[in-house]
Ligand binder design. Structure first.
Ligand SMILES: *[C@@H]1O[C@H](CO)[C@@H](O)[C@H](O)[C@H]1NC(C)=O
Ligand SMILES: *[C@@H]1O[C@H](CO)[C@@H](O)[C@H](O)[C@H]1NC(C)=O
Ligand SMILES: *[C@@H]1O[C@H](CO)[C@@H](O)[C@H](O)[C@H]1NC(C)=O
Ligand SMILES: *[C@@H]1O[C@H](CO)[C@@H](O)[C@H](O)[C@H]1NC(C)=O
Ligand SMILES: *[C@@H]1O[C@H](CO)[C@@H](O)[C@H](O)[C@H]1NC(C)=O
Ligand SMILES: *[C@@H]1O[C@H](CO)[C@@H](O)[C@H](O)[C@H]1NC(C)=O
Length: 419
């Protein structure tokens, strides 16, 4: 999301404008029938010999969906419920950011009281959390439009983040983001604690673009198993996440599905996006509404059952623990600015980006509708589970039994397993 001001003119002169609009360069694939599992990434039991994922998945299934996950070294862990952001209490846990947009968007980010008073942030009777751009005020040319940016009060270093939403903002001039970045107190100089862009795009894009922006030394390993596509600038893959290079393009992966962003994302009912961040990798999965895995719905998420992610930043070429820490989780909608403004002329959008801002009706789709954001924390299990097979597993420590019972609480399925 961030681009140093001094580099903008450089960007405009040195890089072809189209380079910024990844989606315009991507071949449009035919849209399969929504009932086709490939329409949007569907969980599938594929043979991932790499990282022993299949083996892990089998074990977890044998444990009756108990949600046991394994690190590459064989140590077992669970994703335990941490925070739930949803419904009427959603905004209690967020700060509204009301300063000038650091990405030079032509927005006035309003504070909490203004956002609620103006109807830019609210919760519907059926518990949908809505955050949107003003779509009812006509503005003189050159005026910034009211919009919203919120960020969690709590900071995270790792975790499993699962967002369920009906729609994300889109439209000409619109540039939304669901992302995380370091926000230590006292503040560190960005990107010392890294940035993870989970959902991001501009204008009428159809493919979500995932990105990481980091200190030098973090590279996306394209030997990882993932389903997205790495964009390139004149043949040079965007695999170096170092924010000081390449006008801060970061390392990027564009999702395969046309329904991963914008209008088609909404049309098929939205869906669930999951971001897993631990010492092994940072991975992102997208599930269209009809294909949300049962373990997610049951609040017992088990990423080892989800098949290959859309994107996976491995620790093989990036020291994840050194590069990412203390992240706030952010939703924003900016307009024009560094990405949407600089790429505007390369789209089919009419006029200029600032002209687009004048008419409120241009922003009727510039709105988040969120069912929930749930976070889970990684909890290592003491003891060495050596085998989980045929409904039974052995452990080298009787302590494990106690821990499992304490940890899992209501997850009774596991308790039935003989240890
Ligand atoms: C778990 O136990 C097995 C068999 O004793 C051993 O080979 C493996 O290295 C152990 N794993 C860990 C993480 O301690
Ligand atoms: C929120 O913003 C409005 C409009 O700029 C301002 O009048 C008000 O004082 C602000 N409220 C707080 C609590 O800062
Ligand atoms: C930032 O993260 C590091 C590593 O997790 C931690 O040691 C430190 O206390 C965190 N700082 C803040 C301000 O949260
Ligand atoms: C660069 O991207 C284009 C468009 O997606 C693609 O056709 C081409 O194969 C890519 N080149 C490399 C070297 O990956
Ligand atoms: C660039 O990416 C493409 C596919 O995404 C891959 O085939 C190619 O080897 C990569 N090039 C380099 C130099 O890594
Ligand atoms: C808003 O979305 C509707 C339905 O998808 C579409 O018909 C309309 O053109 C969109 N309008 C704008 C301004 O994006």
């Amino acid at each position: 999301m961030y681009l140093p001001l001094c580099l903008i003119s450089l960007l405009l002169s040195a890089v072809p404008a189209e380079a910024d609009n990844i989606d315009a360069l991507r071949p449009r694939r035919p849209l399969p029938n929504p009932s086709d599992g490939n329409f949007f990434h569907q969980p599938q039991k594929r043979s991932l010999t790499q990282f022993q994922e299949l083996q892990f998945a089998k074990r977890a299934q044998a444990a009756d969906g108990g949600g046991i996950n394994y690190n590459p070294d064989g140590s077992a862990f669970l994703w335990l419920p941490d925070d739930v952001y949803s419904g009427k209490n959603f905004f209690d846990s967020f700060n509204f950011f009301s300063q000038a947009d650091p990405t030079d968007g032509h927005v006035n980010y309003v504070n909490a009281s203004s956002a609620f008073a103006k109807g830019l942030a609210y919760v519907t009777d059926d518990n949908k959390v809505v955050m949107r751009t003003d779509s009812w005020t006509k503005l003189p040319l050159g005026t910034f439009r009211d919009s919203v940016r919120v960020q969690t009060k709590k900071l995270y270093t790792g975790g499993l983040f699962i967002i369920d939403m009906d729609s994300a903002p889109w439209g000409c001039a619109v540039w939304p983001g669901f992302w995380t970045t370091g926000l230590s107190i006292p503040p560190v100089i960005w990107p010392a604690e890294g940035e993870i862009d989970v959902l991001e795009g501009v204008h009428d894009n159809e493919h979500n673009q995932i990105a990481w922006h980091t200190i030098p030394g973090c590279v996306y390993d394209n030997n990882a198993v993932f389903s997205g596509t790495i964009p390139n600038d004149s043949g040079v893959n965007r695999t170096n996440c170092d924010a000081s290079l390449n006008d801060n393009a970061g390392c990027n992966v564009v999702e395969w599905s046309r329904a991963s962003y914008g209008e088609l994302f909404k049309q098929q009912g939205g869906g669930v996006i999951a971001m897993k961040w631990d010492e092994n990798d940072i991975s992102i999965w997208s599930f269209f509404r009809a294909a949300v895995p049962q373990d997610i719905t049951a609040n017992s998420p088990n990423p080892s059952l989800w098949g290959s992610p859309s994107a996976r930043l491995m620790n093989t070429k990036c020291n994840i623990q050194k590069t990412f820490a203390n992240h706030t989780v952010i939703f924003d909608i900016t307009l024009c600015g560094q990405w949407a403004g600089n790429s505007y002329a390369t789209t089919n959008c009419p006029g200029t980006c600032d002209e687009r801002l004048v008419e409120p009706a241009n922003f009727i789709n510039s709105s988040w509708s969120i069912n929930s954001l749930k976070t889970y924390r990684k909890h290592l299990l003491a003891g060495n589970i050596t085998q989980i097979n045929d409904g039974s597993f052995s452990a080298d420590s009787s302590l494990l039994t106690t821990k499992l019972i304490v940890l899992l609480g209501s997850v009774t399925a596991l308790l039935a397993i003989s240890i």
